[in-house]
Structures are given as C-alpha cells and as structure tokens.
Design a protein around this ligand. Structure first.
Ligand code: FEO
Length: 170
C-alpha cells in the first residue's frame, strides 16, 4: 500500500499534468488565431501527451489500490504575444514540470515506495525530452526573428508532428 505522502504527491502530479494539458490547449488556440496552424497542431498533440501523462499516474495509483483525488484544474493563461512568446512559456512550463517531477521522485524515494520511484523515473526521462523539444523550437524561432519565410517553414515542420507512442497511457 502506498503511504499517504506518496498518494498525495501522485495526486498533485496528476493535477499538474492536467493543468499542463489545459495550458497547451490554450496555446494551440492562440496559435490557430495567429494562423500558425502547424504550431496549433503541435500544441494540440502536446496537450494530448500531457493528458496521457496524467492518465499514466492515474492508472498507477489505481493499480496500487490508492485513492485518486481529482482537484480543480487552474485556468490557463489565454493571452500571449508572438509565437516566440508562446514557445518561451511552453519551455518555462516544462522546466516547472521537471521540478514537480523531481519532487515526486524525492517523496517516493524517501518513503521507500520503489514502485512509485520507477514510475517517477519514467517521467524524469520524459522531461529530458520535453525540455529538449520545446527548447529547440524556441531557439529556432528566436534565430529567425520575424522573417516570414522562415517562420512559415518552421510552422510547416511543426505541423508534420505525429503522435508519440511513448506518451501513451499504457
Ligand atoms: Fe508531462 Fe510536458 O510534462
């Protein structure tokens, strides 16, 4: 049986992942409004991936006969500036999630909940990828500044993103 501290930490992380999902959905809508349809697609997939992260923890908690406690999901920011601003916020959000995952890992480790440690470990690895992908897009957008041809090129590439099996809640 998972200790209360571990269950609380997992429930908090479920909420954090759902908030990230909601936040990416807002970014997707904003990008669509700006006619960056590729970026809108990219953020929509990112939102789905965050939902899958929440469900991964949800399923783990249930499998360990823990108590899922769903909390209110905070309203995401709806107003953004340029496309660079949106990706800057996405990158900041991923860095924040990394801190949350690190805290989850630390709690599981301190409580000697090794099953939860292994779950948290998957997320530690995932965050390396999540930070890398948002940082790389941000760097390229910063590089091209407001050159329309380059921005459209990047948007086209973002639009080609396919769903990632890795993030699936299996
Ligand atoms: Fe679930 Fe992007 O972290």
């Amino acid at each position: 049986m998972l200790s209360q501290a571990v269950q609380d930490a997992i429930n908090a992380q479920i909420n954090a992942e759902l908030h990230a999902s909601y936040s990416y959905l807002a970014m997707s809508a904003h990008c669509d409004h700006m006619n960056f349809t590729g970026a809108a697609h990219w953020f929509r997939l990112q939102s789905q991936e965050e939902y899958a992260h929440a469900m991964r923890l949800f399923d783990f908690l249930l499998a360990r006969h823990g108590k899922v406690e769903l909390r209110a999901v905070a309203q995401p920011r709806a107003e953004f500036g340029s496309i660079v601003d949106v990706f800057q916020r996405a990158y900041d959000q991923e860095r924040e999630v990394t801190q949350q995952i690190n805290r989850l890992y630390e709690t599981a480790f301190k409580e000697k909940a090794f099953d939860a440690v292994i779950q948290a470990e998957w997320f530690v690895n995932e965050q390396v990828e999540e930070e890398k992908s948002t940082r790389e897009v941000l760097a390229r957008l910063t590089m091209v500044k407001d050159d329309p041809a380059s921005l459209l090129d990047i948007d086209r590439e973002l639009g080609a993103r396919g769903p990632e099996a890795e993030g699936a809640a299996t």
